[in-house]
Design a protein around this ligand. Structure first.
Ligand SMILES: [Zn+2]
Length: 139
């Protein structure tokens, strides 16, 4: 025979939002009604399963988020390293450029260099004139 007791009180008990008077009333009823006691056990077991599922889910989400964080951190660190490497390469390229520029500028002020340059030009012209002695214009 099905009990006519208000089973929402059983859920209220499990959810821990039962009124004190309702609790007394329910407790007294549970002492005598096997049907409601079984119902309470079933509801309680469902509640526990849901809670453990929820907790596992939370644990999983925590693991997931920490893994995601780790991946993101690694990615950022990698990008930072690449950026640093790029900066180092850029800087050293700029530095080499400056060194070459300054060295060649310095050469301008070395004694004899302008003379050597003029001689070189003359020498080069002479080599060309020797290498192609009878150069003719193309018809
Ligand atoms: Zn009952």
């Amino acid at each position: 025979m099905k009990c006519k007791f208000d089973t929402s009180l059983l859920q209220a008990l499990i959810d821990d939002n039962i009124e004190p008077l309702e609790l007394i009333f329910l407790s007294e009823h549970l002492k005598v009604c096997k049907s409601c006691m079984d119902e309470l056990k079933m509801l309680y077991s469902i509640d526990q399963s849901l809670k453990s599922l929820f907790n596992e889910d939370n644990e999983y989400m925590d693991k997931l988020s920490s893994k995601t964080e780790l991946v993101i951190d690694n990615l950022f660190a990698q990008l930072e390293e690449e950026k640093k490497l790029k900066d180092i390469i850029n800087d050293s390229a700029k530095m080499s450029g400056l060194i070459i520029e300054n060295s060649s500028r310095f050469l301008e002020f070395m004694p004899g260099i302008p003379l050597l340059r003029r001689m070189g030009r003359t020498y080069k012209d002479r080599i060309i004139s020797y290498a192609i002695p009878h150069r003719k214009k193309a018809k």
